[in-house]
Every structure is written in structure tokens, then in C-alpha cells.
Design a protein around this ligand. Structure first.
Ligand code: WQD
Length: 339
């Protein structure tokens, strides 16, 4: 069964390709390599023994997307990761984000409809919840007005999929990720942030490897036990496995609605300080950090209600925080050896 993975050379995409291949799926990746490297294909093959098919183009190009689907008329389902995802950058360049993230989805859906491909897994984000009034966040927790154009593109894309599933034969599973961190245990693939990392985990590992002088902890005066903000960190491999489960649910006719939504988290809220402590435990290093002002736009705390994903989707995160921080550190060290 051939699965199209858009954005498949990216962080979550590459880990999902490895899990798909290990379950016997054939994978074709489309990626414009704007935020990833073509070397990822060989590194995926080092893990799975099979180099995925690959085509490089932007899904914002309708002609190229149409031609792609005509050529590959044996695609059974699509997992759509391809999108820009830096919150701060989306505030600076909103049109770049709306054009890329929304046009790509529209062209993918058109290609699916034109070629009778029904099943779509969409990469969404817990960002859609903003700061929930009640925790843990459930799938029916109200979606709040997005705090960034990036978050808004995720909300708009969810609505586009819902509307399209009413009018065409499209079945969708929307996966709302919490905070993916960590890397594959082989350290052949991992998070490859270009430039200065926005996210916590890569900034910690780059500080520890000596690329950054210290980690800036954005605020320790929040209404939380240790004053630092709380998130639901989830191992990227657990997240990748959920995508395979979602594809099997769709292709196995197990969906109960045309569009289903699942939160992908561990259900455990962890503070910045708890992540730092875990990193120090697993790396054996003392992390250099300084407490700074809060980062504008940050929410205080969010973690997932995992019951629906555990019971209905039949998926549960298994890896611990120490496995997350330990694998992230192993990956950073492997990166340093490559240069
Ligand atoms: C986590 C915590 C920071 C960096 C974002 C996007 C979300 C998703 C994941 C794409 C916060 C603190 C961070 C640093 C810090 N991206 N922090 N120092 O903001 O929860 O989510 O990334 O889908 O859509 O919003 O993740 O890793 O940036 O921050 O103190 O150098 O770590 O303040 O409390 P976030 P993050």
C-alpha cells in the first residue's frame, strides 16, 4: 500500500516514514526541502533498509501537484505534514504562512479528489486550544482565536478539511500534537532546526554541545509549582506511531465519522525546569541557563486528555521524559560528529 507523506524529510515526517516502512507500507515523499535536507532520505534508509521514493517541489504549485498525482495513481492515503511552523516567523510574515500552509492543503485535497484518494491524516497542533480554560485539553475543548498566523493556518486547514469532507469523498483524521521532542534511538534522524531554535529541546541540546552560551528560560513567575511554564512533551517516535495507527484506521474502514480529531500527548504536564532536570540527569551535564522575561504569546500551561486517543484510536504514548531528553542529546552529539 503506497502512502504519500508530504513534508516527509522533516522532523515528524521522517520519523513517521520510518514507522510506516517498518509496518510494510511503501512511502513516497514530496518535500520542497525549504526546512529540511535531502540527506534525510539516506538516513531513513540506514534505519529501515529502504530509501523512500522522493519528489522535490512545492505543493503550492497546482500544476506540479496535479501532474504528481497523475503520475503516481496508486497512492492509497496521504499524510500531510508539509507546512511552515515557526510561530514567531508567522507573525513577521503572515502572508508567507497563509499562502504556503493553506494553498498546499487545497492543492493536496484537489489532487486527492481528482484521483479518488479518500484518506487523509492531517498534522494539526494543540496550538488551536490557546490557553484552555480547563485542563486537561480534550478534543471538544473549545478552539480559541489563534494567537499567531501559524496557529490560525492550522485552524483554517482543519475547517477546510471538514468542509471538503461534506462535499467530496474525503475522510480525515486531524492529529493535534502537543510538544514533540526527542529523536530516533539510532540518532540517524532527529530535529534539524535551521538557524537559532525557537523550541526548548533543541535549544537545550545546542547549549550543552556549546553552540549557544546559555539557555534563556522564558519566565519563572507563572502560576505553576516551580514558576516555569508547563507543556505536554511527547516523544517524536510515539507521535510517529500514532500516524501509522491513524492510516490503518482510515484504510481499515474503522472511522466513525468522516473527520475525526485526536489529541496526541502523554497527558502529563511538565515544566521547563523539569525538562532541564531530566536533561541534566540523562546527559550527566550541568546545563547553563538564565531566567529571563516571559516570551510574548506563550501560554502558561497545557496538557492533553489522552482518553479518546487511547480508547478510540487505540494508541498510547509510551516513552518517558528521560528517553526524550536522552535521545535528543544523543542526536545533537551525532550531528556534531557529522560536521
Ligand atoms: C516550550 C516551553 C517556552 C525555548 C511551539 C509552537 C507549537 C509547536 C511546538 C509547531 C515554553 C519555553 C522555549 C527557549 C524557553 N510548533 N522555552 N526557552 O511554544 O509550547 O509550542 O512549538 O507545531 O505550535 O507554539 O514550544 O518549545 O517553543 O516552548 O524557556 O529557548 O519552553 O517559554 O514555556 P511551544 P517551545
Amino acid at each position: 500500500m503506497k502512502i504519500l507523506v508530504t513534508g516527509g524529510t522533516g522532523y515528524i515526517g521522517s520519523h513517521t516514514v520510518v514507522e510506516l516502512q517498518s509496518k510494510g507500507f511503501e512511502v513516497i515523499i514530496v518535500d520542497d526541502l525549504s526546512n529540511s535536507s535531502i540527506d534525510v532520505l539516506d538516513n531513513i534508509a540506514k534505519i529501515s533498509g529502504k530509501k523512500p521514493l522522493f519528489e522535490k517541489f512545492s505543493l503550492t504549485d497546482p500544476e506540479k501537484t496535479t501532474a504528481f498525482f497523475k503520475l503516481h495513481n496508486d497512492i492509497r492515503a496521504v499524510i500531510h505534514f508539509a507546512a511552515f511552523k515557526a510561530v514567531g516567523e508567522s507573525v513577521e510574515f503572515p502572508l508567507v504562512y497563509y499562502r504556503n500552509n493553506i494553498l498546499s492543503l487545497v492543492n493536496i485535497l484537489q489532487g486527492m479528489i481528482d484521483n479518488n484518494i479518500r484518506d487523509l491524516v492531517f498534522s494539526s497542533s494543540c496550538t488551536v486550544y490557546g490557553q484552555p480554560d480547563t485542563l486537561p485539553a480534550r478534543e471538544d475543548t473549545p478552539v480559541q482565536k489563534a494567537a499567531s498566523p501559524y496557529g490560525n493556518t492550522k485552524q483554517i486547514c482543519e475547517e477546510i478539511i471538514n468542509d471538503t469532507s461534506q462535499s467530496a469523498n474525503i475522510h480525515g483524521i486531524l492529529l493535534r500534537y502537543f510538544n514533540p521532542i526527542g529523536a530516533h534511538e539510532t540518532a540517524f534522524i532527529g530535529e534539524l532546526p535551521l538557524g537559532v531554535p525557537n523550541c526548548l529541546m533543541p535549544y537545550i541540546t545546542q547549549t550543552a554541545i556549546g553552540k549557544r552560551p546559555f539557555l534563556r528560560v522564558w519566565g519563572d513567575d507563572y502560576d505553576t509549582p516551580d514558576g516555569t511554564a508547563i507543556r505536554d512533551y511527547i516523544h517524536v517516535v510515539d507521535l510517529a506511531k500514532a500516524h501509522v495507527t491513524a492510516v490503518e484506521r482510515l484504510t481499515g474502514e474503522k472511522c466513525k465519522k468522516n473527520v475525526e480529531v485526536f489529541n496526541l500527548g502523554t497527558g502529563n504536564g511538565l515544566s521547563v525546569m523539569e525538562v532541564i532536570k531530566s536533561f541534566e540527569r540523562t546527559s550527566g551535564l550541568k546545563l547553563n541557563y538564565e531566567i529571563k522575561e516571559r516570551r510574548p504569546g506563550d501560554i502558561v500551561k497545557v496538557w492533553a486528555d489522552t482518553e479518546f486517543a487511547n480508547k478510540e484510536l487505540g494508541w498510547k504514548a509510551e516513552k518517558t521524559l528521560d528517553e526524550m531528553t536522552g535521545s535528543a542529546w544523543k542526536w545533537e552529539q551525532a550531528l556534531a560528529k557529522r560536521k
